[in-house]
Design a protein around this ligand. Structure first.
Ligand code: NAD
Length: 279
């Protein structure tokens, strides 16, 4: 059986994150865009970070503003320390604080191992891992400065790292990407351990195959989609909203006791689907 319908729509409770300020990196496309919109729908004010594509970022801001919350687009390259520091300082100045960081920005530079250049390796590590480190560090400084404000949230701050099933599934031809996500897993767990005593919750979402520009070739022809579905027990490719829903939940006090967890949102991709009939 092939199920074709996508993520459920209209299921986000609209007051869940009321009064909170969220920063989403890489929020003008794909998962980051859906997540920024989801957080806005849940009542948060949202900063939409982008590195290129100002118009798309402004479009996301307009959509979020339609929910009656505040939104703004900030340009910054998450792999550049000076730009991340300036972005978070600007957010604190203009929005008052940061309650939620979604460290989402990421990219791929694929190549067979012996053809992969040091520049391809470095670029992916710089954006996918160092970028999350820098954003998490700067957000944490603000969480620690402000502390818990009980009327807003039981936690002083929430960090959600966008990882991938490839933090545990090796991926030939993508050693830079898989290594960056493996690094995100250990960074997230270490930060969660270090920051929990300060009532800062650090968690990760690990998407499986989600329909976005990053992996278009894996789903945009019927043959490619059929191949991909062999890896997905639930029988559908994910939508960005599937990830947005997980992030909104993790960021909210509904999940106040969830610390250092990775939520796999993958239609069962990490369940070794080949073993359903073999083994
Ligand atoms: P996408 O290409 O649509 O979005 C990536 C976003 O990151 C874009 O807005 C891009 O401009 C931004 N970005 C890239 N470099 C940046 C930089 N230096 N500074 C700031 N922003 C930067 O792809 P997506 O699928 O939405 O990816 C979002 C995240 O989800 C990534 O971390 C990716 O690894 C992860 N992910 C995606 C999938 C999937 O199937 N689509 C699966 C697992 C994990």
């Amino acid at each position: 059986m092939t199920v074709t319908e996508g993520a459920p729509r209209g299921v986000i409770p609209t007051q869940l994150l009321k009064g909170q300020k969220a920063l989403v990196t890489g929020a003008n496309s794909g998962i980051g865009k859906a997540t920024a919109i989801g957080l806005g729908r849940a009542g948060a004010d949202v900063v939409v970070n982008y590195v290129a594509g100002r118009e798309e970022a402004e479009e996301v801001v307009r959509e979020i503003s339609g929910f009656g919350v505040r939104a703004a687009a900030y340009e910054a390259d998450v792999s550049r320390e000076d730009q991340v520091v300036a972005m978070t300082e600007r957010m604190v100045q203009e929005f008052g604080t940061i309650d939620i960081l979604v460290a989402n920005a990421g990219l791929q530079r694929d190549a067979p191992f012996t053809e992969m250049t040091a520049a391809q390796w470095q670029k992916v590590l710089d954006v996918n891992l160092t970028g999350q480190f820098l954003c998490a560090r700067e957000a944490t400084k603000e969480f620690l400065r402000r502390g818990v404000v009980p009327e807003v949230s039981r936690a002083a701050g929430k960090i959600i790292c966008m990882s991938s099933v490839h933090q545990v599934i090796p991926w030939a031809g993508h050693v830079n990407y898989a290594s960056s996500k493996g690094g995100v897993q250990m960074m997230m767990q270490t930060l969660a351990q270090e920051l929990a005593p300060h009532r800062i919750r650090v968690n990760a979402v690990a998407p499986g195959a989600i329909r976005t520009p990053i992996n278009r070739s894996a789903w945009d022809t019927p043959e490619a989609e059929k191949d991909l579905l062999r890896l997905i027990p639930y029988g559908r490719v994910g939508d960005p909203e599937d990830i947005a829903h997980a992030v909104v939940g993790l960021a909210s006090d509904l999940m106040d006791y969830v610390v250092g967890a990775t939520l796999y949102v993958d239609g069962g991709m990490t369940l070794f689907p080949g073993f359903a009939t073999g083994g």
